[in-house]
Design a protein around this ligand. Structure first.
Ligand code: SF4
Length: 233
C-alpha cells in the first residue's frame, strides 16, 4: 500500500509538539480505511498469530487456505489435527510453532466462552488472560484487543518505538520497558478511542515503511523540523 503523507502543518518554532498533536497530525497525514480487513474477529486473531515474523502477504495466503478448508473459526482450529493445521498455514512460515500457538489461542477462546464472554470482560482482565496463552506476547495480545475486540489499546510495535525514539519523545526512557511506555503514552494521547488507535497504528506503520525507514528519508518527512534525530544531524 503506497500512501504519501498529506501536508502537515509545520511548527514554526521547531519545538516537538505535545504527543496528542503529533498523533493527530500523523493520522491526518495517512488517511486509511479498514487497515486490517477480515470477515470475522477470529480471522483477526488468527492473523495476529500468523503475522509474527513474516509479511502480511504470506498471512493472507495462509488465511485463504484455512478459509477454503473451512478451518477459520475457534471451534474448527481447536479440533483440527496439528499436522493438518501445519499444512494449511505453511505459507506463513514457522508452521510448527505457529500451528501450536494458533491451537492454543483457539482452545483458549472455546474454553473462555467465545466472543460473547469476551464482550463481558474488562480490557485489563482480557489482556492478562491473553498474555497467559503460550505464544501470545504483548504485541499479539494488543493487536487482538484493538483490532479483533475493538478495545482502546495501542499496538506499540517496533515501528512506533523507533519513530517516537527518533523524534525525541522517548529521551531518557529505559529501553527495556519501551513497549509498555509507548503503549501507555499513545493510549493517553488519543483519548482512548479504539478506532483512533487503529488509525494511529496504521499511520505509524505506513510512515515507517515509506519514510522513517531503517535509513530515514528525512527530506520527505513532514516532521523533520521538530525531529530530534534530524535536527541533531
Ligand atoms: S525527520 Fe527523519 S528521523 Fe525524524 S521522523 Fe522524519 S524520517 Fe524519521
Amino acid at each position: 500500500m503506497a500512501i504519501r503523507p498529506t501536508e502537515v502543518p509545520v511548527n514554526p518554532e521547531g519545538v516537538l509538539p505535545p504527543l496528542e498533536r503529533f498523533a493527530a497530525d500523523l493520522i491526518a497525514a495517512y488517511p486509511t480505511e479498514q487497515w486490517w480487513p477480515a470477515e470475522t474477529s477470529f480471522e483477526v486473531m488468527a492473523g495476529a498469530v500468523l503475522v509474527q515474523n513474516t509479511r502480511w502477504s504470506n498471512v493472507e495466503h495462509a488465511l485463504a487456505r484455512m478459509r477454503a478448508a473451512d478451518c477459520l473459526s475457534a471451534e474448527a482450529v481447536s479440533s483440527c489435527s496439528p499436522d493438518r493445521l501445519r499444512v494449511l498455514i505453511k505459507p506463513a512460515g514457522c508452521q510448527s510453532v505457529k500451528a501450536r500457538r494458533l491451537g492454543n489461542l483457539a482452545q483458549w477462546l472455546v474454553d473462555f466462552g467465545g466472543h460473547r464472554q469476551i464482550a463481558k470482560t474488562r480490557t485489563d482482565e482480557l489482556r492478562a488472560r491473553l498474555l497467559d496463552i503460550n505464544g501470545v506476547g504483548p504485541e499479539t495480545a494488543d493487536a487482538i484487543l484493538n483490532f479483533a475486540c475493538g478495545r482502546p489499546v495501542f499496538v506499540a510495535d517496533r515501528y512506533a518505538q523507533r519513530l517516537l525514539a527518533r523524534l525525541g519523545y522517548l529521551n531518557g526512557c529505559d529501553k527495556a520497558g519501551r513497549y509498555e511506555t509507548v503503549r501507555a503514552m499513545l493510549e493517553a494521547s488519543v483519548s482512548g478511542r479504539a478506532q483512533a488507535l487503529q488509525d494511529l497504528h496504521a499511520a505509524t506503520v505506513l510512515h515507517c515503511q515509506q519514510i522513517c525507514t531503517t535509513v530515514p528519508q528525512c527530506s520527505l518527512c513532514p516532521f523533520q523540523q521538530v525531529c530530534h534525530r534530524h535536527c541533531a544531524g
